[in-house]
Every structure is written in C-alpha cells, then in structure tokens.
Design a protein around this ligand. Structure first.
Ligand code: FPP
Length: 243
C-alpha cells in the first residue's frame, strides 16, 4: 500500500493477543500459537519499520502471565533463549535496536543473559527501536520510577519542585516518545496494564484477527483507520466545522 498520503505514527504499540486461540482452534497446542506469533512478529516488525515508523513496543509477557501453566511459561521464556541467534541476526539485518522493559526478578539467568546480549549487540542502531515488554506491568513501571525518583530526591540529585512529565519519563524503564497508535489483536478491548504512562493520548485499534494472522494487509488497515482519526490532545480544532 502507498503510505505517502497517510498519517504515519512515530510509535506503534502491539498487544500481541490470540496466539493461544489461534492454535486451539486449529487443533494444535498453545505453544504452536506462540511459535507462529513469534514468526509473525518478526515479519510484521520489519514491515512496520519499513514505513518510516521509528518505535515499536510489543507486550510479549506481562507480570501476570506467570500465572499460566509452567509448560507455557517455559515455552515463551525458551523462545528468547533458543532463538537468540535468530533474533540477533534479524536485528542486524534490519538494523534494529532492541531494548527490554520490565522487572528482572523471576527471570532465569539464561533469559537475563539473552536480554543483555541482545541489547548490547544492537545498541548502535539509531533509526528503529524495538521495545520488548517482558515481565512487564504498567503499574510496576510507575512504582519503579517513583522509587528511583525518591532516592534521587533523598540524595539531593533531584529537586522535587522541578518534577514534571518530562523529568518523570526519564525515570521509566526507557525514555520513549508517547505511543501514537495502540493495536490489540483478537477482539479484546482492554489495555491490561500495558504502558499506562506512554498510552495517555494513543489512538486505540482493536481488530478481531488473532495475532498470528495479523499480517501486512491488516496493519495497512490499522494505518488507514489511524489516518481518519482526529487527534486533539485535549484541545479543540476550531477550524474544523464539525466542532
Ligand atoms: C498472547 O496470546 C500472547 C502471549 C502472552 C505471548 C506472546 C509471545 C510471543 C509472540 C513470542 C515471544 C517472543 C519472544 C522473543 C519472547 P494468548 O496466549 O493470550 O492468546 P489467547 O488470548 O488466545 O489465549
């Protein structure tokens, strides 16, 4: 699709949902859905970045996902470690900087090492940032930032009276630009504790498609819909007659 006449978001967020249902409805186990989701994520990420979109954040494992069966949790964790080489090759081919957001606790040393290596090996890429939310929760991100702020205030490194949105953002897991378009696949219409701070003025899009089937054409539809949205950020566009 020709994107030249469309509105292009700077930061797209993806709640990757429906992998389990995709597999179950095909008579496969849930892990097969996650594997297909992983393959789709790589294809889709390359496509999104090819459209001059500079930031992608993807919700791949929430702090709450630990409540799932041990088999499913270890399969998702395993994707990160078993596919480490493949992930690194992909990032190098596409010149993607990969970063992780989330708490380190409850993650195995193997997973932590894989994350560290991915971040270290890709930190030179400037144009495209892929923020992988893993063991992530929006409330915990805000709590963790607040703790760091209190520490800096106590040490005299930060004057509490100067604390504003800009300064607060610097204490989050990463200082990322606001999310413009937030897509949750599979028909669920919830934020599920995902990037609460960064989603404050995002446009939401909820396709019914399960994530493994959310391909380039589906993403084009999301951008067409985003182009139609009138973003006012709390203000009013008085030139626009419909107001
Ligand atoms: C949501 O679908 C998906 C997840 C909780 C996991 C997503 C993980 C991947 C796409 C692969 C991870 C890749 C790396 C590199 C770690 P669901 O299981 O909630 O589906 P359902 O709602 O149909 O049950």
């Amino acid at each position: 699709m020709d994107y030249s006449k469309l509105k292009i978001p700077n930061h797209v967020a993806l709640i990757v949902d429906g992998n389990g249902r995709w597999a179950t409805e095909k008579g496969m186990n849930r892990s097969a859905g996650h594997k297909q989701g992983f393959l789709n994520l790589k294809k889709l990420t390359a496509y999104i970045f090819s459209k001059d979109i500079h930031y992608i954040s993807a919700y791949l494992f929430s702090t709450e996902n630990f409540k799932r069966s041990q088999m499913e949790v270890s399969f998702i964790m395993g994707l990160l470690t078993n596919q480490l080489k493949d992930i690194l090759n992909f990032c190098h081919e596409e010149k993607i900087k990969a970063i992780f957001s989330g708490r380190k606790e409850n993650l195995s040393d193997k997973v932590l090492k894989a994350m560290e290596e991915i971040e270290k090996e890709t930190k030179m890429y400037e144009e495209k940032t892929f923020n992988i939310c893993f063991n992530y929760g929006g409330h915990t991100e805000i709590i963790d930032a607040t703790k760091k702020i209190v520490k800096d205030v106590q040490k005299g490194k930060l004057d509490i009276n100067t604390l504003d949105e800009n300064t607060y953002s610097k204490y989050l897991y990463h200082n990322l630009p606001p999310i413009d378009l937030m897509i949750r696949t599979s028909g669920e219409q919830r934020l599920s504790n995902f990037m609460l701070w960064q989603n404050s003025y995002a446009e939401f899009y909820f396709p019914k498609t399960y994530f493994p089937d959310f391909d380039e054409k589906e993403f084009d539809k999301a951008i067409l819909e985003y182009t139609k949205r009138d973003r006012r950020f709390g203000g009013i566009d008085y030139e626009n007659k419909s107001h």
